[in-house]
Design a binder for this molecule. Structure first.
Ligand SMILES: [Ca+2]
Ligand SMILES: [Ca+2]
Ligand SMILES: [Ca+2]
Length: 224
């Protein structure tokens, strides 16, 4: 009876792309169309100290929204956080971004996951039209988020919203030194970023890699 139809759904679970993830790729493509101010991979590395500083300044914001101070932001706390920041996501969208950023799936957003989450919200909320108040109310962080978006756009040569291995190699070869070792470094960096090992780096994976490179951990960061 229904046997003939079965063939079609074999691929249905192949791309676990939520609506939100599709939206992120779309937002990134949109942003990429405007180009990047980054000229080389080195110019990204030069920004590391500044990024590090503003990420760490995020800690106070994180603690403010971790209402029960258990080291993680749960779904309810995130809803309060979005209310406060005037992020007008639906409950479904909040649930999706929560799940997307809860990388270790322990049902709480830890500090490093929170940084990624807020940066993704920033990307999604970036005004594509001239609606005045569609930005996050975190002016001191916006410059850093902008830098990170810019860095990703620099790496994403074909502007499809993902960074592939060959794009990573191209980006590193554009840097001043070049040479044999840069290919190996590119591969190492790429594998560090490609969390789910699918051969593509999303903006989310890129951001997580940054928090790891900067040594920003989760709740256990200060633990002995
Ligand atoms: Ca909490
Ligand atoms: Ca690409
Ligand atoms: Ca990946």
């Amino acid at each position: 009876m229904g046997a003939a139809l079965r063939k079609n759904d074999s691929s249905s679970h192949k791309l676990p792309f939520s609506k939100l993830e599709a939206k992120m790729v779309e937002a990134m493509r949109h942003r990429a169309a405007r180009g990047s101010t980054m000229k080389s991979f080195n110019s990204i590395i030069m920004k590391f100290p500044k990024i590090d500083e503003s990420f760490r300044n995020c800690k106070a914001i994180f603690e403010q929204f971790d209402e029960d101070s258990n080291g993680a932001i749960d779904l309810e706390e995130l809803k309060h956080c979005f209310d406060k920041l005037q992020v007008d996501f639906t409950d479904e969208e909040i649930g999706e971004i929560f799940k997307a950023c809860d990388m270790d799936e322990n049902m709480g957003i830890k500090f490093n996951e929170f940084i990624v989450l807020i940066c993704l919200v920033y990307l999604l909320k970036e005004p594509t039209t001239v609606h005045a108040n569609s930005r996050l109310d975190l002016p001191e962080l916006e410059a850093t988020f902008q830098t990170l978006v810019d860095a990703f756009v620099f790496l994403d040569k074909n502007k499809d919203g993902h960074v592939s291995k060959s794009e990573m190699v191209t980006a590193l070869n554009e840097s001043s030194s070049g040479g044999r070792s840069s290919g190996r470094i590119a591969m190492r960096r790429f594998h560090e970023m490609d969390w789910d090992k699918n051969g593509m780096v999303t903006f989310k994976e890129f951001l997580f890699a940054f928090t790891r490179w900067l040594g920003i951990g989760g709740a256990d960061e200060d633990g002995e």
